[in-house]
Ligand binder design. Structure first.
Ligand SMILES: Nc1ncnc2c1ncn2[C@@H]1O[C@H](COP(=O)(O)OP(=O)(O)O)[C@@H](O)[C@H]1O
Ligand SMILES: [Mg+2]
Length: 249
C-alpha cells in the first residue's frame, strides 16, 4: 500500500487561480473523499494527482515517486466510463494492458479476473451499448483495476446512475476496498455519499480552491445515514447549502 503527499499544490489557468496551495497527506489504504460544490476544483485536483495535468507550483508524490505524468500505479475512473463503443467489454478492460505490451493470453486472463471482481463475469463479449449505465461504470472500474494499480482515483464515478444502482455500486466498492485495501481518492458533491464511504472527508471550497475543513468518519461500515445526522448538518453548514427538511408535506 502506498499513499499520496500533496505539498503546496497550486494550479492556475492564465490569470485564474483554480487551486491555491493545497497541502494534503493521504495515508496508504485510506478511503479519502474530496467533497465540494461544482466548480471548486475537485476534478482539477484529481487530474493533477493522476498526472493528467501538471501543477503550476507545488509537488505531488505517490510514495517516494514524484508524479509528473500518468503512472502505472494509478488507476482512474471518471463519471462517464468512456468505454470505446467498437470494442467488446473484455477488450475495453484490456486496453491499458495492451498499451503496456502485455501478451494476449495474459490480457484475457487479467480482464476476466477483473470482470469477476466487479460482478460482471457474463458480459465480456458484449459491447458497451448493450449494458446499463451502472454496468458500464463497473467495466470502467475493472479497466482501471486491470493494471493492478496501487491507488484508485475516482471522479464522481456514480454521478450518472439511478439512486438504487448507486447504492449498490457504493456497497460493492466498499467491499472491493475492504478486501484489497487500495488507497482510494473519491470525488463527489454528494454529502451522503461522502459520509457512507469515507475514512476522511476533505471539503474543498472555491475562490480559489482550497481545503476548508476535514472530518474523520470512524463509524463502522455499512453506515446508516441517520446515525451521521450531526456531521451531515455540519458539512451542509460549511457548504452554505440549506438542508432539505425531511418528513414535511
Ligand atoms: N482547462 C481549463 N482552462 C481554464 N479553466 C479551467 C480548465 N479546467 C477547469 N477550469 C476551471 O477550473 C475550475 C474548477 O473546475 P473543476 O476542477 O472541473 O471543478 P469541479 O470538478 O469541482 O466541478 C472551474 O472554474 C473551471 O471553469
Ligand atoms: Mg468535476
Amino acid at each position: 500500500m502506498i499513499g499520496f503527499e500533496l505539498s503546496g499544490v497550486t494550479k492556475t489557468y492564465g490569470e485564474t487561480t483554480v487551486l491555491d496551495h493545497i497541502d494534503l497527506s493521504i495515508e496508504p489504504g485510506e478511503f479519502l473523499v474530496l467533497l465540494g460544490r461544482s466548480g471548486c476544483g475537485k476534478s482539477t485536483l484529481l487530474e493533477l494527482m493522476a498526472g493528467l495535468r501538471t501543477t503550476s507550483t507545488g509537488t505531488i508524490h505517490l510514495g517516494q515517486e514524484r508524479i509528473t505524468g500518468p503512472h502505472q500505479k494509478i488507476g482512474v475512473v471518471f463519471q462517464d466510463s468512456s468505454l470505446y463503443p467498437w470494442r467488446t467489454v473484455a477488450r475495453n478492460v484490456e486496453l491499458g494492458l495492451e498499451m503496456a505490451g502485455t501478451p494476449k493470453a495474459k490480457r484475457r486472463e487479467l480482464a476476466r479476473a477483473q470482470l469477476d471482481l466487479v460482478g460482471l463475469p457474463e458480459v465480456a463479449q458484449q459491447y458497451p451499448h448493450q449494458l446499463s449505465g451502472g454496468m458500464r461504470q463497473r467495466v470502467g472500474i475493472a479497466r482501471a483495476l486491470a493494471l493492478q494499480p496501487e491507488v484508485l482515483l475516482m471522479d464522481e464515478p456514480f454521478g450518472a446512475v439511478d439512486h438504487l444502482t448507486r447504492l449498490q455500486l457504493q456497497r460493492d466498492l466498499l467491499h472491493l476496498w475492504s478486501t484489497e485495501r487500495r488507497t482510494i481518492v473519491f470525488v463527489t458533491h454528494d454529502v451522503t455519499e461522502a459520509l457512507l464511504l469515507a475514512d476522511r472527508i476533505v471539503l474543498l471550497a472555491p475562490g480559489p480552491g482550497h481545503i476548508a475543513a476535514t472530518w474523520r468518519i470512524s463509524q463502522e461500515r455499512p453506515r446508516e445515514p441517520d446515525a451521521l445526522r450531526t456531521v451531515h448538518a455540519e458539512i451542509h453548514e460549511h457548504l452554505g447549502v440549506p438542508q432539505t427538511v425531511k418528513g414535511i408535506g
